[in-house]
Ligand binder design. Structure first.
Ligand SMILES: [Zn+2]
Length: 268
């Protein structure tokens, strides 16, 4: 691209089961191999990646609260603190105490910076404050950013997720996949109505990205590849085609993520 800035990839999965990994687009992004993350970042001219486990539980080994996968992300984050922003996959239905203990451990042991939530896999609603309230209280206390998987009915919907954002204006939210085409307009409306909501464009159609930028503003969009399932070449080209101006690209590829993830100390 020949730009004068490095990218921040705000959506990378880590710890792929080796059998699955061999079939993915980034087959070398392997568990317990933090160097592979650095290789992946440099391959796409990025210097920082937001890293979290896969959405679903891998079995074996059984890891119902994602703790083993989270600690694997933590080891990578500890090894490369200037390049890897570690995020924990959390199932809030384990309850306030369990979640609070996990997040205390992650923040103190590996500087965890956020949580990744997939309500459809863990069976709750993102607008159910009985489940979400204790988790979001903890995120506010620890300054953690929340990534919602977005775009799958009936649970992972921007209209439900924005209820959490409304009640917790001090917590920042990233809606992954910007509603995944079918719920694009829910994502646009959520971003328009909430200062604390951003979207990432991983897996989105190029035309949808252009509409999002026109309606919600390029300041509300961050770049993410959804590795190892998508190609960084394809995902970055979609941004370039939908946002031809260099100032838009700089914001989407880098500056917006610095704001959303509080990275000003890391990214000078
Ligand atoms: Zn993903």
């Amino acid at each position: 691209m020949g730009s004068d800035f490095k990218k921040i990839d705000a959506h990378i999965h880590f710890g792929t089961d080796p059998h699955v990994a061999s079939k993915t687009i980034v087959p070398y992004l392997n568990p317990d191999n933090p160097e592979s993350v650095i290789q992946y970042l440099s391959e796409q001219d990025a210097d920082i990646g937001v890293l979290f486990p896969h959405d679903r539980i891998f079995s074996p080994p059984w890891d119902a609260d994602y703790d083993k996968q989270n600690m694997q992300v933590g080891r990578a984050a500890n090894q490369y603190p200037n390049n890897i922003v570690g995020v924990a996959r959390i199932n809030p239905t384990f309850g306030a105490e369990h979640t609070s203990n996990l997040l205390d451990k992650y923040t103190s042991e590996w500087n965890c910076k956020g949580v990744k939530l997939v309500a459809g896999y863990d069976f709750y609603r993102p607008n159910d404050m009985k489940v979400m309230g204790p988790l979001l209280d903890k995120c506010e206390e620890l300054g953690l950013t929340v990534i919602f998987h977005s775009g799958d009915a009936p649970r992972d919907l921007p209209s439900l997720q924005s209820e959490s954002a409304k009640r917790y204006p001090n917590v920042k939210f990233q809606l992954a996949h910007m509603g995944m085409h079918s719920f694009l307009w829910e994502a646009i409306i959520a971003a328009q109505n909430n200062d604390n909501i951003w979207c990432d464009m991983s897996q989105a159609f190029t035309y949808d990205i252009a509409i999002f930028i026109e309606e919600a503003g390029f300041q509300k969009l961050v770049y993410g590849t959804d590795a190892p399932y998508q190609s960084p070449r394809v995902e970055s080209q979609k941004v370039i085609d939908a946002a031809p101006q260099i100032e838009q690209q700089r914001a989407i590829f880098r500056d917006n993520a610095i704001k959303l993830w509080g990275l000003s100390g890391l990214a000078e």
